[in-house]
Design a protein around this ligand. Sequence first.
Ligand code: COA
Length: 179
Amino acid sequence: MEKNITVRKAERSDLDTVLNVYDSSKNNHGKTDVNYVDGAIKQNELGNVSLLVAEVDGKVVGTIKLKRKRAHIGNVGLIAILPEYRRLGIGSLLYKVMIWIFAKEGRIKISDQMTEPNEPMKKFFEKLGFVKEGTLRKHTDSKQDVSLYAYYIDEQGIPEIPQNVSINIKLWKKNADTQ
Ligand SMILES: CC(C)(COP(=O)(O)OP(=O)(O)OC[C@H]1O[C@@H](n2cnc3c(N)ncnc32)[C@H](O)[C@@H]1OP(=O)(O)O)[C@@H](O)C(=O)NCCC(=O)NCCS
């Protein structure tokens, strides 16, 4: 049976759930700072689009943070999908919705990075059409390499969102969230 999938902005009542989702991936990005999630939800409440969640049949199973540093570029914060919901296309869906939002805001490029090694994320980027733009060697506190990836909306277009997905996001304010 086809699942009902919704992507929407995280609300205050999602705080603990989102922290749990991030904590389920803490091997990949360390323990999540409550302020990171709290600040993003505050931005959502102000009318910006900062933190998204994906719900499967009403259960929050994934989350992604959107960031904006330059007018023409969208930046990606942390993404995490609950382990038992991985490889179902939810992570790709969150990226596709994020690309759609940044495109609506008039941005032409999405910039992302990943701490090496992370083979699933590398494959994930490749499947979505992100290209590797460079490496920051010995860059993290633990001296791991960081790979830089980009997606060019003006060249590659907006990916198609599957039909069984509802997107419940109002885009009325832009460029205000610079976190
Ligand atoms: C990376 C992550 C976000 C992917 O989410 P997901 O919902 O499982 O990804 P999708 O189902 O959309 O996968 C899309 C494609 O990515 C690649 N991929 C995803 N996970 C993979 C894995 N474990 N091994 C190999 N390829 C993988 C595959 O090509 C996959 O397509 P396929 O299933 O048709 O083969 C998820 O594994 C995760 O939350 N990891 C922990 C957190 C993390 O690493 N975050 C990144 C640092 S911020």
